[in-house]
Design a binder for this molecule. Structure first.
Ligand SMILES: *Cc1c(COP(=O)(O)O)cnc(C)c1O
Length: 361
């Protein structure tokens, strides 16, 4: 049995900050003198309401979310939002545009198509998603109810380095795997959503940031629990919210604020990624998967020229305490997910390990 913590490079659920886990452990059986765990509280109690509203306030402060935007904490993962976005918005014109830059954006598109006329406005499928389309390559229909894109492609290891200009078309983004890693101009978006288990908390809570005045196209068939207007009117408590996960999110946001906030996080994540890409670029064994201009700072994908060597690398890395480095099941190779909570030391040591592995093989 493992008796010390490993460096966990999992793509999600993924590593959480140790101080957060320790605080949650310390508060596990008796939160703030309440005599009970946060897991055991009524979501309508005063003590829990404070936890919930504070988490919203901390997120608003961290991302500088402007007035006019509401924050929802929902269940169902980012995947439920693929349907929710369409159900809430597509009624405006019956049409929507999607950029397909990986498997999650493709899933969003497939889900959207169930509820209206969805169109592919840009795609990187022609080169197996190693790049991100440029602004010029976005063919946006001015009649679209919204344009949807996935900001960071968790599986393929690419990220949008710019916010698409969609004119008057509402912009919607899945930020599940890069939210809180860099400042973002929220005012450019109609909706930002993200599952928590990459960069924010444990699996089970999904954050939806909604500009309230765009909500005019909700289809009558929309299930109540994902009806944004209804959930806004109930402060995400139409039904029981993912109560404990929101508490963990609050602790993560405290940790982020103590660290210096999102600007500091951007510096840290850029440094982490640069170390890994430098190692890959210097190497004659490791080959980066994505085009350089499109490389993700969150999910670093690479491979060697042999599947056996890839497997040997993953296996020896695991032995050395660097776990979950195997690439996505359909892509092979390696994927190093370096979300906010990954300590710098983890990446430094992994790079040393990669250099030594290359020398010995
Ligand atoms: C992980 C992930 C998803 C899926 O999230 P679930 O919570 O499993 O539904 C969607 N989009 C992106 C970008 C992801 O990284």
């Amino acid at each position: 049995m493992q008796n010390s913590r490993v460096y966990n490079f999992a793509a999600g659920p993924s590593t959480l900050p140790l101080p957060v886990l320790e605080r949650a452990a310390a508060e596990m059986t008796n939160y703030g003198g309440s005599g009970m765990s946060v897991m055991e509280m009524s979501h309508r109690s005063k003590v829990y309401e404070n936890i919930f509203n504070a988490a919203q306030d901390k997120l608003r402060a961290a991302l500088r979310i402007p007035d006019g935007y509401r924050i929802l904490f929902l269940q169902g993962g980012a995947t439920l939002q693929f349907a929710a976005v369409a159900l809430n918005l597509i009624g405006k014109t019956g049409k929507a545009d999607y950029a397909i830059t990986g498997n999650f954006s493709n899933n969003a598109y497939k889900e959207g198509k169930k509820y209206g006329q969805c169109r592919i406005a840009a795609s990187s499928a022609d080169r197996d998603h190693v790049y991100i389309p440029t602004q010029d390559q976005l063919d946006i229909d001015p009649e679209a109810s919204y344009f949807h894109y996935c900001a960071n492609n968790t599986v393929y290891g690419t990220e949008w380095k710019y916010i698409p200009d969609t004119g008057s078309v509402t912009l919607v983004s899945d930020m599940s795997s890069d939210i809180l890693s860099r400042p973002v101009d929220v005012s450019r978006f109609g909706i930002i959503y993200a599952g928590a288990q990459k960069n924010m908390a444990c699996a089970g809570v999904t954050v939806v940031i909604v500009r309230e005045d765009i909500l005019e196209g909700c289809l009558p068939i929309t299930p109540a629990i994902i009806d944004y207007k209804l959930q806004i009117s109930k402060n995400s408590m139409y039904n029981t919210p993912p109560a404990y996960n929101v508490y963990i999110l609050g602790l993560v946001l405290d940790w982020l604020a103590e660290l210096g906030g999102i600007e500091e996080m951007e510096k840290i994540k850029s440094k982490r990624a640069a170390m890994l890409y430098e190692c890959i670029d210097d190497s004659r064994m490791f080959i980066g998967r994505a085009d350089k201009e499109a490389r993700s700072d969150m999910n670093v994908t690479f491979h060697t020229d042999s599947e056996e060597l890839d497997a040997k690398f993953v296996s020896e890395a695991t032995q050395a305490g660097f776990v979950n480095l195997k690439g996505y099941r359909t892509l092979g190779g390696m994927r190093v997910s370096i979300y906010n909570a990954m300590p710098m030391e983890g990446v430094e040591k992994l790079v040393d390990f990669m250099r030594a592995f290359e020398k010995n093989n």
